[in-house]
Design a protein around this ligand. Sequence first.
Ligand code: FAD
Ligand code: NAD
Length: 471
Amino acid sequence: MSKAHDLVIIGGGVGGLVTASVAGQLGLDVVLIEREPVLGGDCLNVGCIPSKTLIRSAKVAHTVKNSAAFGVVATGGDADLGQVIARVQSVIETIRVHDDPERFRGYGVDVRFGEAAFIDAHTVEVNGDQIKGRRFVIATGSRPAVPPISGLNEVPFYTNESIFELKTLPKRLAVIGAGPIGLELAQAFSRLGAQVTVFEAGARILPKDDPALSQMLLEVLRQEGVDVQLEATIDQIAQQAGNIVLHLGQASIEVDALLVAAGRRANTEALALENAGITCPASGTIQVDQRLRTTQRHIFACGDCVGPYPFTHMAEYQAGVIISNAIFRMPKKVDYRAVPWVTYTDPELAQVGYTAEAAAAAGINFQTVQFPFAEVDRALADGATAGELKLHVAKGRIIGASLLGPHAGELIHEIALAVSERIPLRKIASLVHAYPTLAQITKRAAGSYFSPALFSPKTRLFVKWINRLLP
Ligand SMILES: Cc1cc2nc3c(=O)[nH]c(=O)nc-3n(C[C@H](O)[C@H](O)[C@H](O)COP(=O)(O)OP(=O)(O)OC[C@H]3O[C@@H](n4cnc5c(N)ncnc54)[C@H](O)[C@@H]3O)c2cc1C
Ligand SMILES: NC(=O)c1ccc[n+]([C@@H]2O[C@H](COP(=O)([O-])OP(=O)(O)OC[C@H]3O[C@@H](n4cnc5c(N)ncnc54)[C@H](O)[C@@H]3O)[C@@H](O)[C@H]2O)c1
């Protein structure tokens, strides 16, 4: 009978790697199992890093093409997709050193490559070997969901798992889904020179975000030339003479390439969770309690296979909660009050804490203050004035914020700290913000909350009175 390891981690993406790194360095006997031949998971290999690197090249092309607006004469701006993708791959390889299996082996982690499946609640099988554990962490991530559209499986299509291997730019690209993946890549490919059409089944883009700000973003995308079709029902997809044809009612559109970005599905089928006695709903997403324990208390789960926020920073955060519960044995619950998320379109759309819709649904008595980038001096200097900040305030504290604009993904963190630490809004309004920065938008929005009281007839009367009274 083989001995039971302290911790067996399934999945070598962010969730699994953060847990393995800490557990290994603390001297636990850890096994990490990854089914792909490399570590890093989606984020490094086919997600955040390739998409953000592609977006950067697309922004360069866009800047060159629009240089006249800045008084600069530049010609060209045509992208060489082969070179762009070579840069994407080179950035991935640079970052990969952090996810080198030898680094983890150096921490004492037994890194194994192969697909893991439970045999019972204390044993998994990998490449025919049985591995026993006292505790387990499932961090198996997610994969692209393929919508049930007639003909889709008979035509070639890309997902995030294959699109970063494209070497030549498709002239016409159709994208199914206007979530973060669809929109980030649609704008990037459009800026690189493709004619892009996005088909979204819903009535709006980015439905989890603020409706007015996502509408503003939609207008920017359309002005730039991205054709976004809402409430679009694709009835049938077929291949004709080398082209892909999408049929929507009476209309049809012919494209050279198709990207499916229609949501995600948790990677749980291969795990044989039933052998471990773990309850898993039909959605495939693993059910966990607030301490991230599955229905088997010694088996924890984190990241995309759990949700509810499928982001890299959440996989990392949840891994921290598991480290506390499973390694330090200090009970810790998840706290999702100040979760930031960002869609890296240009302008970026960021959110933290409550949206106005969620705050209203929760019955919270709150007020919203808004401030546009068009009144922020630095945004004017940068020629990036689309968007605004909305702060949702209850009892003098920010409970949530929605931000569309340049570098929104960076700017949201000052607000995230305020939400998380319940910092009074007056402290943000009185904090000195360097001029001229985009971050001034936060101070200005906070200030606008207080200006009605500051310039009220009562205050004016008081100032008049005190100035008469005092020498
Ligand atoms: C195009 C794209 C762009 C994105 N951009 C961002 C972004 O900008 N910011 C952000 O925060 N998030 C972004 N995300 C989401 C982010 O990539 C995920 O939230 C993150 O990778 C989740 O980490 P994870 O550890 O849960 O899973 P993963 O990174 O998916 O890792 C899970 C690992 O488990 C392995 N595995 C699965 N089943 C088994 C098994 N049975 N046995 C062994 N190994 C197994 C998989 O091979 C994989 O390596 C993006 C995603 C995509 C697709
Ligand atoms: N910037 C980031 O942080 C970032 C970037 C990319 C992805 N991600 C993560 O990955 C997750 C998945 O992204 P996603 O964009 O694939 O999923 P999503 O679920 O956010 O969006 C998918 C969209 O596709 C639409 N859709 C589904 N079926 C359709 C059909 N048949 N026809 C037309 N439209 C259809 C849905 O209505 C939805 O709006 C995100 O929720 C996010 O957490 C994050």
